[in-house]
Design a protein around this ligand. Structure first.
Ligand SMILES: [Fe+2]
Length: 241
């Protein structure tokens, strides 16, 4: 199972503060059945240029790899493998952004896109169509559930009509009140997938495993496996558009 939205890399953003936390989060992922994790630290183009971000990401990764290499072999063996990615905050003219090539999930041409929390402008959807029209990079829309109550319903529908993969947060299946809405969405046949968007050990912890179990109980293992395979696919395939 792949968790493709995580803030596990140490000291990169509001996720894991240090290497010890990163390693503990990775152990939690493994214990829940996750054998592959994509590190997706926040990238804010307005605050940092891509070369500085990539340099920080490299340094954080090497700190983690150094610490992991010092673990006894039996402890290293029970960590998921990892690959790099980013959670790319919305930026205008996305179709022209060359830096996306360095921000994709693993070896794929999919990248995780965080949309604004402020009211969406109509041109956002048309710029997403422009991006798809170029045929190089495909967005995976991060945590749609966080926009449900902030954006207009018709804009959410427009977004769904784009036909790109949509990530839902694992925790919406773990909370009674959001579960019903999440299950209704998942049954619409959209291109959904689940990820933890984990940030720490206690507040927003890794929780993909329990969420998949809830999904399997409610909609069956076939549907749960489909969502898991989709996360695997979009973080490893290079898709021709
Ligand atoms: Fe995130």
């Amino acid at each position: 199972m792949t968790d493709l939205h995580t803030h596990i890399l140490p000291g990169m953003d509001d996720g894991a503060r240090d290497v010890e936390t990163s390693l503990e989060m990775l152990r939690m992922e493994w214990d829940q059945g996750v054998d592959r994790v994509i590190f997706t630290p926040h990238f804010y183009r307005e605050e940092e240029d891509v070369s500085s971000f990539l340099c920080r990401r490299r340094q954080a990764l090497s700190r983690l790899e150094q610490a992991a290499s010092q673990l006894p072999a039996r402890e290293r063996a029970v960590l998921p493998r990892w690959e790099l990615g980013a959670e790319v905050a919305w930026m205008p003219n996305l179709a022209d952004r060359e830096e996306l090539k360095d921000l994709c999930l693993g070896q794929s041409n999919y990248f995780l896109l965080e949309l604004p929390f402020t009211p969406w402008r109509d041109q956002m959807i048309s710029q997403l169509y422009d991006l798809l029209g170029r045929g190089r990079f495909i967005p995976v829309i991060a945590h749609l559930d966080r926009y449900w109550d902030r954006q207009r319903k018709e804009q959410i529908e427009q977004l769904l009509r784009l036909g790109v993969p949509i990530q839902l947060s694992a925790n919406i299946l773990l909370k009674f009140f959001s579960r019903r809405k999440a299950l209704r969405m998942l049954q619409r046949g959209q291109i959904f997938l689940l990820a933890s968007d984990c940030h720490s050990l206690h507040h927003r912890p890794p929780n993909l495993g329990p969420a998949v179990k809830v999904l399997a109980r409610q909609l069956g293992w076939r549907q749960a496996r489909l969502l898991c395979r989709r996360a695997e696919d979009v973080s490893s395939k290079r898709e021709e558009l």
